[in-house]
Design a protein around this ligand. Structure first.
Ligand SMILES: Cc1cc2nc3c(=O)[nH]c(=O)nc-3n(C[C@H](O)[C@H](O)[C@H](O)COP(=O)(O)OP(=O)(O)OC[C@H]3O[C@@H](n4cnc5c(N)ncnc54)[C@H](O)[C@@H]3O)c2cc1C
Length: 450
């Protein structure tokens, strides 16, 4: 364990940074936390990415490690499945899992961040708001921050940890000293957030126990419930093309498109014109970084190391898993450089795996859910899971509800299972056309070939 007099600086008090500060402080490793924006508990900060987030088992495990699960669940809303809205306005609920506890949770990003900041301060973490990292001198072990009055604030460090998000300033400073192998792959699709407010008597206007999806083939809209009984809707659409954000740049064109593609949702959006005038289109892409560490002096984690597209709802969950892994390595491995290397070795394959699965899930949510064969495969997956408990677990379930299975393993097992499901459902339309005993046998064999 590092000595208490060591100067450990964490850059970025977002979701990962504030949770890591709590975990490290609980391990007896005091850290100083620097955040570019003012304290969000005292004033409104610029709107960040996505108002609400899906929290799943991996994130819940990390919160439980910090004894924060009850605090967060007090303002989280459980979602039991996907509510599909077809183009005729018909809805169909697809449950996420067969067990009642297989639910995911809608949490408000701001409330979650504030709860984590409260917890960090309660653990004695010093938080310096309004300090933007502007550069780093790794020879001198000195960070250069700019405060809210535009004054330079040098801060000395022994270890600096970058939890400063996808545009990480620390990553850029490290990369300038020793190239990290950074690659950004834009998705070519962006997102736009809209709101379905509470109804006339303060009611939810749709089922609050579901994540709503309007899959339209090539694009889609989703909606997650909020504790104030509103829903935050997110339109995902290509940046260029027919239809694309470029062609729908004028608010009236976007309104006409939304009315045609999602009439049932638009009917519940009285503030649509104002939101179309004010809300920006967000960027989506995947960030790959080969090297997360600079010897014993610096490490990045969360979105700073592996930002992913949001279609599996796992970016924050993965970042939370990182915090537990890094806090454990730093607490248990006395050789600092080794601890950081071990952390990267454990997490990088998992980050790559969830990046790939998140990209694949966009195709599933916007396209495949519309196909009858997709639903047959889902039924078969569930039948196999029920007959082979613990052996056959659908990939979605592994990612969302089985944190004991690393992402990389979920991906590899999922690939084998997908090939099997393809084979077993070929030329079939109904589950009763499939011999389930034979399917179980084939599933066992496929999984044993690992
Ligand atoms: C549309 C959308 C929907 C999403 N939905 C989900 C979801 O449902 N579930 C899920 O698990 N994930 C989701 N994500 C992903 C999730 O938002 C991120 O993975 C998560 O926020 C990463 O946390 P982080 O702490 O690494 O980075 P961030 O949350 O980005 O925090 C970085 C912090 O660093 C600060 N900072 C930045 N630069 C500096 C600097 N130079 N100096 C000091 N401070 C700095 C920032 O102000 C911020 O506070 C979604 C993302 C998007 C875009």
């Amino acid at each position: 364990m590092p000595e208490a007099s060591e100067r450990i600086v964490l850059v970025g008090a977002g979701l990962a940074g504030s949770l890591l500060a709590v975990l490290m402080a609980r391990n007896g490793q005091p850290v100083s936390l620097y955040e570019r924006y003012p304290d969000p508990r005292k004033q409104t900060v610029p709107a960040g990415r996505s108002i609400n987030l899906a929290l799943a088992e991996r994130g819940r495990m990390a919160l439980a490690r910090a004894d924060l699960l009850d605090t967060v669940e007090a303002f989280a809303l459980p979602m039991i499945g996907r509510m599909l809205h077809d183009d005729k306005g018909q809805t169909q609920l697809q449950k996420y899992g067969q067990r009642d506890d297989e639910v995911i949770w809608s949490v408000h990003r701001g409330h979650l961040n504030q709860a984590l900041l409260d917890a960090a301060e309660a653990q004695g973490v010093e938080i310096h708001f309004g300090h933007r990292l502007d550069g780093a001198d790794f020879e001198q072990q000195r960070l250069h921050f700019i405060d809210q009055d535009d004054q330079a604030c040098p801060v000395d460090f022994d270890l600096v940890i970058g939890s400063d998000g996808a545009g990480s300033a620390l990553r850029k400073a490290m990369d300038a000293v020793s190239p990290l192998g950074v690659r950004e792959e834009p998705l070519g699709h962006g997102y736009l957030e809209l709101t379905i407010p509470p109804g006339p008597v303060g009611n939810f206007q749709m089922d609050p126990e579901a994540l709503h999806i309007w899959p339209r083939g090539g694009y889609m809209m989703i909606a997650l419930p909020n504790p104030d009984r509103s829903f935050t809707c997110t339109l995902f659409l290509q940046n260029e093309g027919e239809p694309g954000f470029d062609q729908l740049a004028a608010a009236k064109d976007m309104r006409a498109f939304l009315e045609q593609a999602f009439p049932d949702a638009v009917a519940l959006m009285p503030d649509l014109d104002r939101e179309l005038a004010e809300h920006p289109v967000g960027f989506l892409g995947t960030l790959y970084v080969d090297q997360w560490q600079l010897d014993r002096r610096a490490i990045i984690l969360g979105d700073a190391a592996h930002a992913i597209v949001p279609f599996h709802g796992q970016g924050m969950n993965a970042a939370f898993e990182d915090t537990v892994a890094l806090a454990d390595r730093l607490a248990n491995e006395p050789d600092r450089q080794q601890a950081l290397a071990d952390f990267q070795r454990e997490r990088k394959p998992n980050a790559d795996a969830i990046a790939a699965m998140a990209l694949d899930n966009y195709l599933e949510m916007r396209d495949r859910v519309r196909e009858p064969r997709f639903h047959l495969k889902k039924q078969l997956e569930w039948a196999l899971e029920a007959r082979l408990p613990g052996e056959f677990i659908p990939r979605y379930q592994m990612v969302m509800f089985h944190p004991e299975i690393p992402y990389a393993e979920a991906w590899a097992r999922g690939e084998r299972q997908a090939a099997l499901l393809d084979r077993l459902t070929e030329h079939r339309e109904q589950l009763d056309e499939i011999d389930l005993n034979d399917a179980c046998e084939q599933a066992r064999q496929a999984l044993q070939q690992a």
